[in-house]
Write a protein that binds this ligand. Structure first.
Ligand code: SF4
Length: 432
């Protein structure tokens, strides 16, 4: 279950139709579900596996029909926090059905199930936590043996170098416009708002051979593919990135990833990244008013990070600068100042989200302990809806200021200005 979700009607009306956001939403919708394709490859060969994707737009009953069409014994869901309540409703509909007089078992896994298993338990027969490469084979073997448990968890010690090549065949005959490839799982930092960095265990990397195998599988389906690296912070590990970047260059890929700004201060690495076909990097500049705990060496003075953006773009790579709005210390005036800055800033692309305390993060724990979480279910945890009490303004003021910011930053003329910047950066890339 994927895609960008927005709960707030006004933002939906004002912001999500704006070109910048619509473009990113469409790019996200094109991404194949790498986690499911990967764990599908760990199932024993005598299990038939089918994939049903849900971007949240179809009627839930239609999704259930598409699932039941395959006459399943087991239905495994993978979803992030904002989609989990929808997954729970679909699970309830599926659990009412029987196939050949047998009950269908529903299972949920992924980051939300790992962070908040007790929230999932009432809605699914089985909840799995941690690396799916460990939990799914154990679950399937127990089902065959008639010994199914209600909870399965991996302890984070799974060797990522053993992760199988994803089952791309499950996507069907039409090649997706974008492929995904994970080169590392986790991140050495532990930014207090980030659920991805440590939840599945300490950071681990794939071997160069494995990355080459996955690239070969992708290029067998499409020449010169577009690839999104499904990493949390690709260049934060201490691996030698040379072989991996060589492999990307040799297969002619154009690719996108997430990293931190410090690659700008490693000129040799930056040159290799640019030469390997990297077209865009999402860089978290995070909050303009607050420095989160756990950011380690990624914490820096604002101007040093902005200078880094310019260095990366001068190498021919578009920076998609990512800002979190609403951290402690934020006021309507500071949000307006951010808008002033972004209307003329040098980055080729911008991503704006509201601070969102996802379960499993220390931000969630601290806001919960302070009694600052607003009532309501997890479907509001979209990154675009205020779900906690800000410290310097009301929740409504923050939501309104965020709407105004989105309207300004993704306005046609401002987006056109960024498009021109992107064009000039692509011209640099063509001269390589
Ligand atoms: S650097 Fe990025 S991936 Fe790492 S903990 Fe911070 S936000 Fe998460």
């Amino acid at each position: 279950m994927s895609c960008l979700r927005v709960g707030h009607d006004e933002l939906l009306a004002r912001g999500m139709s704006l070109p910048g956001l619509a473009r990113r939403a469409s790019a996200l919708a094109q991404l194949p579900p790498l986690g499911l394709l990967t764990i599908a490859a760990t199932a024993p060969a005598d299990w038939d596996i089918d994939l049903v994707s849900d971007d949240g737009r179809d009627d839930e009953a239609d999704i259930v029909d598409r699932i039941l069409h395959h006459r399943p014994d087991v239905v495994a869901f993978s979803c992030l926090t904002p989609a989990v309540d929808r997954a729970a409703r679909i699970s309830a509909l599926v659990r009412r059905q029987r196939v050949s007089e047998k009950r269908i078992v529903t299972v949920v896994g992924g980051l939300h199930a790992t962070a908040a298993p007790s929230h999932c338990e009432p809605h699914f027969d089985v909840v799995t936590s941690g690396d799916g490469e460990v939990t799914l084979p154990r679950l399937l073997s127990d089902i065959v043996a008639g010994q199914m448990q209600l909870r399965y968890s991996a302890n984070g010690s799974y060797c990522l170098a053993k992760s199988p090549t994803p089952r791309w065949d499950l996507i069907g005959p039409d090649a997706p416009p974008r492929y995904t490839l994970q080169t590392m799982r986790g991140c050495p930092w532990a930014c207090s708002f980030c659920a991805a960095s440590r939840l599945l265990g300490l950071p681990r990397t794939k071997s160069n051979d494995q990355i080459e195998r996955e690239l070969a599988a992708i290029t067998a389906m499409r020449q010169r593919p577009w690839i999104e690296l499904a990493d949390d912070n690709t260049f934060a590990s201490d691996r030698d990135h040379g072989p991996m970047l060589d492999a990307l260059r040799q297969c002619g890929a154009r690719w996108f990833t997430e990293s931190d700004w410090r690659i700008a201060e490693r000129p040799d690495l930056l040159r290799q990244i640019a030469a390997s076909g990297c077209r865009q990097i999402l860089i978290g500049l995070e909050s303009s008013v607050f420095r989160y705990r756990g950011m380690g060496a990624k914490t820096a003075a604002w101007q040093r990070m902005i200078d880094a953006v310019d260095v990366i773009q001068a190498a021919g790579i578009i920076v998609n600068a990512c800002f979190i709005v609403g951290a402690d210390g934020e006021t309507p005036e500071s949000i307006e100042r951010l808008g002033d800055y972004l209307e003329t800033a040098s980055m080729g692309e911008v991503q704006l989200t509201l601070q969102t305390p996802f379960p499993g993060t220390s931000l969630y724990d601290s806001l919960k302990a302070a009694g600052r979480l607003l009532p309501g279910d997890f479907s509001r945890y979209t990154l675009f809806d205020v779900v906690y009490q800000p410290d310097q303004m009301t929740a409504e003021q923050l939501q309104n200021a965020f709407h105004d910011l989105v309207s300004r930053v993704f306005r046609d003329d401002v987006q056109r200005r960024r498009d021109k910047i992107q064009k000039s950066i692509r011209a640099i890339a063509r001269t390589r």
